[in-house]
Design a protein around this ligand. Structure first.
Ligand SMILES: NC(=O)C1=CN([C@@H]2O[C@H](COP(=O)(O)OP(=O)(O)OC[C@H]3O[C@@H](n4cnc5c(N)ncnc54)[C@H](O)[C@@H]3O)[C@@H](O)[C@H]2O)C=CC1
Ligand SMILES: C[N+](C)(C)CC(=O)CC(=O)[O-]
Length: 496
């Protein structure tokens, strides 16, 4: 599969900095050019928030981080890059000049994406020598978490360029959506501008203030839109008769009309003051980076929930996250099952902010998650991968007993180790320990029982030989070990 091996980011503000973070956390080296005197600080702060977000987002093994280098010119930045992302301010002349400069210095085969929110790619590629490789890759803020990029070609862009861009974006967890025809503001910003335009009228006309307007969005259709778009949502709203009934009922309202969409609000100084003051009253208690972190935690939670939706198959951005994680696992170095008398070292995990509860320590079900992920790590070790599961074989957990012995705190690095208790492969009985990495303190234990099943036959069966030949040496190596303290306990039994 084609991938991005080296990227250049031209412009490192809100969007360019976050593109750089997406590339770097995807294991890609980035050359950045931005003449802003504080570009390194700004990109560094975006990078820190992005790393924090990824630690919450996924347990899958990210590749080693790419290297970030600041360049002194566009010419220097684009050397060796096979993906160049332009993210300079939204002014046609400036962007066209920058893109023409990139074109003149870059490898003629390198792809050149523009982050423009609405300019036409045909206008941007006008002066290029190799315009066929230039397109709009319009992302959404924050680029390191939101996976969409609208891919829009100009008159001289080839279809192969757009297909290639889409395939490469998939390797960094992004969904490239190819837009059929070029149009100002593409699809997303056309929709957003309609809502934004109407919102400005509602504030100007004192129908509501900024906080009320935002509450209307976030307590209602904002949540719906994270998981289904407008058409799927309205299909459901049509009841059993679906979309046709919905249009029959609400179509006529469009001409009443309920919007002022054709009118543009005059952004007078008075209106800008009004909006800015209301916005300060609404959110001024938080700094921008703080708001970014809150936003990121919420987005991570939404994506993780969507990953578990639809009977575990995932939905929308959550399905994409699951596919990205499979890609990461498939590309990670394969762990080897080393048989020996020591407990198996299975997993290292960091306690992230969304795991901490009102008692200010890791909430109880996350202990269980650590052990579930620990037993998944054992399964990877013995060759139970997605292919094996797709073939109709798997292990199901049938029993587990977790003891909470000490508190895991925000930011702690945790380690899961395992001793395999007497088992025959069809049954895997184990004992796991969760320890704090810094001082080895024991925080929790779990006694755990899994059965190997044939999902086609709906019953427990022995594992296939390919798995048993990796598992048996581990079982044998631990066979003579004494039972760990805590194994075989019942709930409420005194320690000792
Ligand atoms: N902010 C947003 O929510 C989104 C913005 N975009 C698009 O991304 C692009 C950048 O927007 P932002 O990052 O928000 O702007 P920004 O103002 O945060 O960043 C622009 C950066 O470009 C740098 N710059 C200016 N001239 C340059 C040059 N000649 N060469 C290299 N760097 C130069 C500036 O120093 C600045 O750091 C725009 O096209 C915008 O429409 C796209 C999606 C969302
Ligand atoms: C406001 N904006 C036009 C720059 C917004 C975008 O382009 C996309 C986004 O992230 O909302």
């Amino acid at each position: 599969m084609s991938k991005i091996t080296k990227a250049a980011c031209i412009g490192g503000g809100v969007i360019g900095g976050a593109w750089a973070a997406r590339f770097i956390l995807g294991g890609i080296d980035v050359n950045m050019y931005d003449p802003h005197p504080e570009a390194e600080r700004i990109v560094g702060e975006v990078m820190a928030n992005a790393e924090r977000a990824y630690a919450m987002l996924t347990m899958a093994p990210l590749p080693p981080k790419g290297k970030l280098t600041f360049s002194k010119s566009i010419e220097e930045a684009v050397q060796g890059a096979d993906w160049i992302q332009e993210s300079v301010p939204e002014r046609l002349e400036l962007k066209r000049g920058v893109i023409t400069q990139i074109d003149a210095s870059a490898d003629p085969k390198a792809l050149i994406g523009s982050s423009t929110s609405g300019l036409m790619p045909t206008d941007l590629q006008r002066d290029m020598k190799y315009p066929e490789r230039m397109f709009v890759a319009h992302p959404y803020n924050p680029v390191y978490l939101l996976p969409l990029a609208e891919l829009v070609g100009g008159q001289k862009t080839t279809r192969a360029t757009l297909d290639d861009a889409k395939a490469r974006l998939a390797t960094i967890g992004m969904k490239g959506v190819i837009i059929n025809k070029e149009i100002e503001a593409f699809v997303g910003d056309r929709l957003l501008e309609a809502v934004w335009r109407e919102g400005l009228w509602l504030i100007k006309d004192d129908i509501c203030d900024t906080e009320t307007l935002d509450d209307v969005i976030r307590y209602s259709f904002g949540m719906r839109w994270a998981q289904m778009g407008m058409f799927e949502t309205y299909r459901i709203a049509g009841g059993e008769a679906g979309m046709r009934h919905f249009i029959a009922q609400f179509g006529p309202c469009l001409s009443w009309p309920w919007t002022k969409l054709t009118d543009v609000v005059d952004l007078t100084e008075e209106l800008v003051d009004k909006i800015a003051n209301q916005s300060d009253a609404q959110s001024g208690a938080y700094g921008i980076r703080e708001l970014e972190r809150i936003r990121d935690e919420n987005l991570v939670g939404i994506m993780q929930t969507l990953k578990g939706s639809n009977g575990g198959r995932g939905w929308g951005a959550g399905k994409l996250l699951a596919e990205f994680e499979s890609h990461l696992w498939a590309n990670a170095p394969k762990p080897e099952a080393k048989a020996g008398k020591d407990p198996l070292n299975l997993l290292e995990i960091k306690v992230n902010p969304s795991w901490v509860d009102y008692n200010n320590h890791m909430t109880e079900y996350r202990y269980t998650q650590c052990f579930a992920d620990g037993s998944d790590a054992l399964l990877r070790l013995i060759g139970v991968d997605m292919e094996y599961v797709a073939d109709g074989h798997s292990y199901y957990t049938v029993e587990s007993h977790v003891r909470l012995l000490d508190e895991a705190k925000l930011g702690d690095n945790l380690v899961v180790t395992m001793q395999i208790l007497p088992s025959d492969g069809k049954k895997v009985h184990s004992f796991m320990w969760l320890r704090r990495a810094s001082d080895g303190a024991l925080l929790s234990t779990c006694e755990h029982l899994m059965l190997h099943v044939s999902s086609k036959e709906g019953k427990s069966v022995p594992p296939l030989p390919s798995v048993l030949e990796k598992l048996q040496p581990l079982i044998d190596a631990h066979a003579g070990l004494p039972l760990p303290e805590g194994a075989g306990r019942h709930v409420g039994q005194k320690r000792g």
